[in-house]
Design a protein around this ligand. Structure first.
Ligand code: GLA
Length: 382
């Protein structure tokens, strides 16, 4: 579904004409995983899957939110925000809280929310909801926040209202995304650079395994703690300045698995720097090799992959360069979710068909597999 079609379907769900329509995309990350909270570099782009919110003022002090298939939510805009029910609306509450803390008084509104970003798929549907909400509130207030401030406000909403200690990658990709551009982020300076990614002979396949391992939901916070523990023991202020030799020198002291977590961080930062150079040189073969190595590190050292992700990555990598696959890896937080595969455009259809068929035969699960190109970040449609 195109963005205008999605906006029309959202507007159809509102009982009065919409005055503000906001959209924000999900993201896929090419490389640089679990290092956005370790002063690393990341290479995501905004995908052409969006959350759209349509709204109209309602002459009250309430935000009334509806979304197909989810319980309605009513949020009192005249009081400070708190975590509440329904759970999904906490992303919205968190962003409202951010605007209130900036001193804004929000008008009451009715809103209808629709989405083509698959949830729980490692494609940042939560960041898309936060960034779409922030864009909607900008529209309702008739103001525009600086992009970086807006992305950080959304990240804070995720920390405080969804209680996920995420890095900056997802919200930056959703806010700063542009067509044909990768949002390369230096997570130490928190500065994004838009890097061209427009070679028509290269395609990116996203494969949602359709599994999400609930039991390991605390895994993200635990990984983050491991990296903090490791850095404190290594005794260097920033991961940016830690070498593999520094990690190896402390291997026994760090102990397992913290030493392997540390090895992932330093090798992934190096791989992402190498990937940026490969991209600059149009060397997609090298980029694909780096992506494969990233997956191995995430699987064995950081242990955030799972059987289904490993299988999907293996199916793609087994097709190999002769079949048009340059490299595949898991993308996003892990423990289920999606993989990203870099491939030749003219072979993308047959690669996707093979991935779909072999994965489904092996698991009995129907995956969701599609191509995506870098797309426009959060914006007002009206
Ligand atoms: C999640 C987080 C991001 C990032 C990735 C892993 O998507 O929200 O900040 O840490 O996991 O790279």
């Amino acid at each position: 579904m195109t963005l205008p079609q999605l906006a029309d379907s959202a507007a159809a769900g509102l009982s009065q004409p919409a005055t503000v329509i906001a959209a924000a995309p999900g993201r896929v990350n090419l490389i640089g995983e679990h290092i956005d909270y370790c002063d690393g570099f990341v290479m995501p782009f905004a995908i052409d899957r969006y959350i759209v919110i349509v709204a109209a003022p309602n002459d009250s002090k309430m935000a009334k939110l509806a979304s197909d298939g989810l319980p309605d939510a009513i949020i009192d805009l005249s009081t400070p925000q708190d975590i509440g029910e329904p759970h999904w609306a906490n992303y919205v509450r968190g962003v409202i809280d951010g605007f209130q803390k900036l001193g804004h008084t929000l008008p009451g509104f009715d809103a209808h929310i629709v989405s083509t970003v698959p949830g729980g798929a490692g494609l940042s549907s939560s960041a898309a909801l936060e960034c779409a909400t922030a864009t909607l509130l900008e529209g309702l207030l008739g103001l525009t926040l600086p992009k970086k401030q807006k992305a950080l406000l959304c990240q804070k909403a995720e920390h405080e209202f969804a209680q996920v200690p995420c890095g900056i990658m997802d919200q930056f990709a959703s806010v700063f995304g542009e067509e044909n551009r990768i949002v390369m982020i230096d997570c130490q300076s928190e500065e994004p650079t838009l890097v061209p990614f427009e070679n028509p002979s290269i395609a990116v396949i996203i494969a949602n395994t359709n599994v999400h391992h609930q039991l390991t939901d605390g895994g993200y916070a635990i990984r983050r703690r491991h990296t903090e523990e490791a850095l404190a023991k290594i005794g260097i202020a920033s991961w940016r300045n830690v070498t593999l030799a520094d990690v190896e020198a402390k291997w026994e002291e760090l102990g397992d698995p913290v030493n392997r977590r540390a090895r992932h961080i330093v090798t992934e930062i190096a791989r992402t720097q190498a990937a940026a150079l490969a991209l600059e040189a149009n060397d997609f073969t090298e980029l694909g090799i780096l992506m494969q190595a990233s997956h191995v590190s995430l699987r064995d050292d950081f242990e955030v992959s799972c059987e289904e992700l490993d299988l999907m990555v293996t199916i793609a990598n087994d097709i190999g360069p002769r079949g048009g696959v340059l490299g595949a890896r898991m993308t996003g937080g892990g423990f289920g979710g999606s993989t990203v595969t870099l491939c030749d455009s003219d072979q993308a259809e047959s690669i996707m068909a093979t991935m779909r068929m072999v994965y489904q035969q092996a698991t009995g699960i129907e995956p969701e597999i599609f191509c995506s190109r870098p797309s426009r970040g959060a914006h007002l449609i009206r």
